[in-house]
Design a protein around this ligand. Structure first.
Ligand code: TMP
Length: 222
């Protein structure tokens, strides 16, 4: 059984990842491609508890090292429970955020540096790398405005507060943004950057193009 394909979506809060992952999953479904969709933090029962700890503004202040360690604890569980079994069974895994998020947010935003994050990744995640990373980079201002609106709606609907990261200031997100760009420059074979303030359909088209190329490489047809 050939190994599946590991695809991650990355970007700032409010970059449109969640909408795009749903569209991509529907596109895969139509083609009868066996897909597993997950997100980080979360996705497993343990991960959902870690997510609540990480994102609830009631958890502030969390030491940056605690935050990073929890992100990796969540990831280790997701790899063991979801990602590795799915890839071994030949499935396509669509993951909303992976280690690039830790490098961008904790390495860049919290200024822990890339080296520490990459070292933990080697140690804890066995250096598992996505086959393709779709990095959505609309303008910083548009992302932040959208993230704020989304979280207010989410809190009103569910009573869950997932605002801890949105309380950060512009400088924090600027560092996250710059770290994402650095990752893309370092790894152009893996990371496809989709930038500018494009419509949902335009972003979807670019995603499908990048994914189709990888599928052709894997199966000989998209
Ligand atoms: P989400 O809104 O895309 O679900 O992401 C949850 C938040 O967690 C988002 O603000 C980014 C943050 N995050 C990190 O800081 N480091 C990480 O490693 C991951 C996976 C997410």
């Amino acid at each position: 059984m050939p190994r599946g394909l590991f695809i991650t979506l990355e970007g700032l809060d409010g970059s449109g990842k969640t909408t795009q992952i749903k569209r991509l999953a529907a596109w895969m479904d139509k083609r009868n491609l066996q897909t597993v969709v997950t997100r980080q933090p979360g996705g497993t029962a343990t991960g959902d508890r870690i997510r609540a700890l990480l994102l609830d503004s009631g958890s502030a202040p969390l030491a940056s090292m605690t935050e990073m360690a929890l992100m990796f604890a969540d990831r280790a569980q997701a790899i063991a429970e979801i990602i590795e079994p799915a890839l071994a069974a030949g499935r396509i895994v669509l993951c909303d955020r992976f280690t690039d998020s830790t490098e961008a947010y904790q390495g860049g935003g919290r200024q822990l540096g890339s080296e520490r994050v990459l070292e933990l990744h080697r140690l804890i995640c066995g250096d598992l790398q996505p086959d393709l990373t779709l990095l959505l980079l609309p303008s910083l201002e548009a992302s932040l405005a959208r993230a704020r609106r989304r979280n207010e709606k989410h809190a009103a609907k569910t009573g869950q507060d997932e605002n801890r990261f949105e309380q950060e200031q512009g400088e924090f997100f600027r560092r996250v943004w710059e770290k994402y760009r650095e990752i893309a420059r370092r790894d152009p074979g893996r990371v496809v950057v989709i930038e500018g303030n494009l419509s949902i359909d335009e972003v979807h088209e670019q995603i499908v193009e990048a994914v189709s190329e990888r599928l052709v490489a894997l199966h000989g047809a998209a």
